[in-house]
Structures are given as structure tokens and as C-alpha cells.
Ligand binder design. Structure first.
Ligand SMILES: C[S@@+](CC[C@H](N)C(=O)[O-])C[C@H]1O[C@@H](n2cnc3c(N)ncnc32)[C@H](O)[C@@H]1O
Length: 475
């Protein structure tokens, strides 16, 4: 899921020209292919057999004649039930059968704190409907949602399991997410206590419902919603199709971007998510994830004589400059992605990170003033250009390189310390250990690519400055 505020929304594009507007943002962006067909078991799912007819009766319209629900290696999934051709609309779900915060019972909404977020509101709806059992108008959907024990999001990992991934930023994100859920639950409890049927809802129930929302909801122009049936589709990171929302006709739909034979599993793309996000929000990882990324934290050391001046420079720049620079505190976090070419321009190594490194390596007030003046003369962004003195530019990047080397060593140790697979391990632990391995190896790959690029950049700087000094000596 793309978390509200903290995660960047991206417009979704479909290879098929849609006849209507794209959604602003999808919590899950649907793309599909049969890449994983080998894993798509398509065993007949008796329980789900009645699901689509039930939803179509509720919607009073046909939703899909081309897809059926089956069981896959990753739980329920949708499979082609007939030949599908590129451009076919394979499902169309009216907004009337999507679950949005508007479905919250007015009597509960009236006593809920304003601070409760949309994810929590949807989670409460799911919990209320579950408590209603068979009398719920959503009962067939509710009983398909994941239960505690089937969920592998890191919010459900034990401390021991979490320790396997303490190198990754997802560790802290998990701690933060759990704290947020606990806070929301504490705010929800007084409202639940007003209703005898709901007061037995536990934090664990709330966490499961919260996970159902983060792993299955979309965000579109109309806000956050759960889309029954569509949310049975599993993820394939290389697929291209998406769910489209037609606000005029009030339905969401998926259009085939290729042909499918009957029985093929139809997979979609949830978005360009790194394993860290897949793990936290969806409870799974992919073995080789091209979207993996690593958080790098740099700080101005307390024993740096110029610390105050560096802070001053960062803090007293105009807000525009601060935003553009991307840092305004002694310690900052930068996201790096895999650097594709060791000799390329460093795509993946954020300019802001390199700029911070240049600032950190300044060792005179004159150098700092020069940087500030240069920033003012160009676009206001600090230290974005290579330093004129190539030895200082070298030093800044060497510092980054050694920081990344240290991180690589820590990741390497973490991977080597993963418990060795053994038959005595529970299935759950074996799976989570594998997820930890996917996550750590992906992040290590990102670090290695950055390290190669930095070493190459430093080598070029060194040879250039050597050439220059040899040339100077000759004159
Ligand atoms: C939107 S639901 C998809 C339907 C789900 N399989 C079900 O049984 O209802 C997302 C969940 O499906 C599973 N899933 C989807 N794609 C996966 C993949 N590529 N690998 C592993 N699990 C996947 C994860 O459990 C995830 O939380």
C-alpha cells in the first residue's frame, strides 16, 4: 500500500488507451500477466464458487464473465475462464459494491475521534461486519479476508524474527507502524465500548483488519476503497496493466494488456514497490526486486569544529533552498536505488546525498561560505555541483564510499547470520526467513551498485587530478 502522506503517489499508466480518466493514485496498481502461471495452481475453490454470483446480485450487474476465483501458491487468485484478448475488459466493479469509509455506521462515526485515519476507519468497518457474522451484507467477502496466522507482514513478526532485518529501514518502519496502529486502536476503543457487540474486539483483531486494508485497498479520486473480487488478484512486478476508475460511470475496471488462454492465472502489478514496502504492507517479498532501495543516514559529527556553522548554513537558508536541498538538520536520510551503470551519471545516487557529503567534508569556514555563495548564484541548491577542488570532491565521495562499505559489511553479516534452514523450523519461520533473505540481499545489491559507482567516480577524479599535477610539474 502507498501510505497516506508518507509515501509518494504515482500516476498509473496502462499500455491500453483507456476510454476514461486514470485514477489519481492506486494503493494497489493492477497489472497482470501469466508469468507466474507455473505457480498458479488454479485448484477449484469451492468456497469461492458462490462469491462472484453473490457480488453480481449485490451489484445488480455483470462483473466478469472472463475470470474465476481459484487457489494459487499465494492464496486466492483470479484465473482466465475463457480466452481473453488484449484490450478486453476483464472485470468491471461498480462503486456501489466497493467498501469506502462512507460505509462506517453513522452511530460509530459520530463518536469516533477526528484523528482516526482512513485505513483505521476501513479496518473498523471490516471488524463490525465480521462481528455481524452471516447477517452482514458483506459476509461472503469478510470471510475471504486473511486471518491472524496467515499474515506475514512484519507487524506480525516476533522480536526474534524482526532482528533478522534490523539492518533494513523496514525494521524502524515496522516499529512506527505498530505504534500508529496501537495509537489508533487506543482512540477507537472508547467508541467500540459503546456497543456491547464490539467491545470484545482486541488489538490483534484490529491489526489484522488494518493489514487487510493496507494489502488490499486502492486510493482513487474518491479516496480509499476496498474492491471485492478485484482484490483477489496477486502481484507480478513485471506486469503492466492497471485498475482504472471511471468516476462518471462509477465503476472500476481492469483491461487485458495481452491474450490469455483459459486457466491462466491473471496477475497484476501492485506498483513499483521495494521489498521493504511489500513486506510491511503486503506481507511478502519477491526474490529479485528491481525497485529495492536503501536508506542512508548521514550526520554532522558532534566533534566537527564547523558543526555549528554547517547547521547554521543548513538552517538559515530560505525555505525554498532548504526544500530543494532536501536536508535542513544535522542528520538526514537519503534513499538510494540501484545504480544501473558503474560509469553512468550516478542515477540512483541522489544529488542531495552527494551534496550533503560535500558539505560534511568542508573543513574551513571559507569553503562553507563559498558553497553558500555558489548556491545563491545558481538555483539556490547547496553543493549540487562538483567541488572546484577535485581533491575535496574526491574526499567527499571517498567518505560516502567508506560509509557504504561499512553498511555493506553489516548487511553481509546480517545475511550470513540468518538461521540455517532446517526441517525443525516452522513453515511460518522458514517463509519469513526467506523474506528476510530477499530483503537483505536486494538492499545489499543496491549498496554494491552505489559502491561500484562511487569507486569509479573517485578513480576518475584521482586520475584527472594526477594528470593535472603532472602537467603542472612539467610547466
Ligand atoms: C490483494 S491480496 C491478493 C489476493 C490474496 N492472494 C487472497 O488470497 O485473497 C494481496 C495478498 O496476496 C498475497 N500475494 C499477492 N501477490 C503475491 C506474490 N507475488 N507473492 C506472494 N504473495 C502474494 C499476499 O499475501 C498479499 O498480502
Amino acid at each position: 500500500m502507498l501510505h497516506c502522506g508518507s509515501r509518494i503517489s504515482k500516476l498509473c499508466r496502462s499500455p491500453v488507451t483507456p476510454p476514461f480518466n486514470f485514477p489519481r493514485r492506486l494503493l494497489i496498481k493492477f497489472e497482470f500477466s501469466s508469468l507466474f502461471q507455473a505457480k498458479g495452481l488454479n485448484t477449484y475453490d469451492e468456497e469461492s464458487d458462490e462469491f462472484l454470483p453473490w457480488l453480481e446480485r449485490k451489484a445488480r450487474t455483470k462483473i466478469s464473465s472472463m475470470l474465476s476465483i481459484g487457489k494459487s501458491a499465494y492464496g486466492r487468485s483470479l484465473f482466465a475462464s475463457e480466452n481473453i484478448r488484449t484490450g478486453d475488459c476483464i472485470l468491471k466493479v461498480p462503486y456501489s459494491v466497493e467498501i469506502t469509509p462512507d460505509n462506517l455506521l453513522p452511530k460509530i462515526r459520530a463518536i469516533l475521534s477526528d484523528k482516526i485515519g482512513t485505513v483505521s476507519k476501513l479496518a473498523i468497518i471490516l471488524l463490525v461486519e465480521r462481528k455481524m457474522g452471516q447477517s452482514s451484507g458483506w459476509a461472503p467477502y469478510i470471510c475471504c479476508l486473511p486471518q491472524h496466522g496467515e499474515i506475514h507482514s512484519t507487524i506480525f513478526w516476533s522480536e526474534y524474527e524482526l532482528n533478522m532485518i534490523c539492518q533494513s529501514s523496514v525494521y524502524q518502519e515496522t516499529v512506527n507502524q505498530k505504534a500508529k496502529i496501537e495509537k489508533d486502536f487506543a482512540a477507537v476503543v472508547p467508541a467500540l465500548q459503546q456497543f456491547p457487540d464490539l467491545e470484545s474486539i482486541t488489538l490483534q483483531d484490529f491489526m489484522c483488519a488494518y493489514f487487510s486494508v493496507t494489502s488490499r485497498a486502492w486510493e482513487s479520486t474518491k479516496g480509499l476503497s476496498l474492491i471485492p473480487f478485484t482484490d483477489f488478484m496477486n502481484h507480478d512486478g513485471v506486469s503492466k496493466s492497471i485498475v482504472l476508475f471511471d468516476d462518471d460511470k462509477m465503476f472500476s475496471e481492469v483491461i487485458a494488456d495481452r491474450n490469455y488462454a483459459p486457466g491462466e492465472e491473471v496477475l497484476i502489478n501492485y506498483g513499483k514497490f521495494p521489498n521493504a514496502m511489500l513486506l510491511l504492507d503486503f506481507g511478502f517479498t519477491v526474490p529479485y526486486n528491481i525497485h529495492d532501495q536503501v536508506q542512508i543516514q548521514l550526520s554532522i559529527p558532534h566533534d566537527d569544529n564547523l558543526r555549528e556553522m554547517k547547521l547554521e548554513l543548513l538552517q538559515h537558508l530560505t525555505p525554498k533552498i532548504k526544500d530543494a536541498v532536501g536536508f535542513n538538520c544535522p542528520e538526514d536520510t537519503f534513499i538510494i536505488k540501484e545504480v544501473r551503470s558503474p560509469r553512468g551519471k550516478g542515477k540512483g545516487l541522489p544529488q542531495a546525498l552527494r551534496a550533503f557529503a560535500r558539505l560534511l567534508c568542508c573543513n574551513s569556514s571559507q569553503e562553507l561560505s563559498d558553497l553558500a555563495m555558489e548556491a545563491a548564484q545558481i538555483d539556490g541548491r547547496l553543493a549540487r555541483r562538483p567541488l572546484k577542488d577535485s581533491r575535496r570532491e574526491f574526499k567527499a565521495h571517498k567518505m560516502l564510499s567508506s560509509h557504504i562499505t561499512q553498511l555493506m559489511q553489516k548487511y553481509d553479516t546480517a545475511i550470513k547470520s540468518l538461521p540455517v534452514n532446517s526441517p525443525s523450523m516452522s513453515n511460518t519461520f522458514t517463509l519469513r526467513r526467506q523474506m528476510a533473505h530477499d530483503l537483505l540481499t536486494g538492499e545489499l545489491r543496491v549498496l554494491k551498485s552505489a559502491s561500484i559507482w562511487l569507486n569509479n567516480y573517485c578513480a576518475v577524479l584521482k586520475s584527472t587530478s594526477n594528470c593535472r599535477s603532472q602537467w603542472k610539474n612539467r610547466i
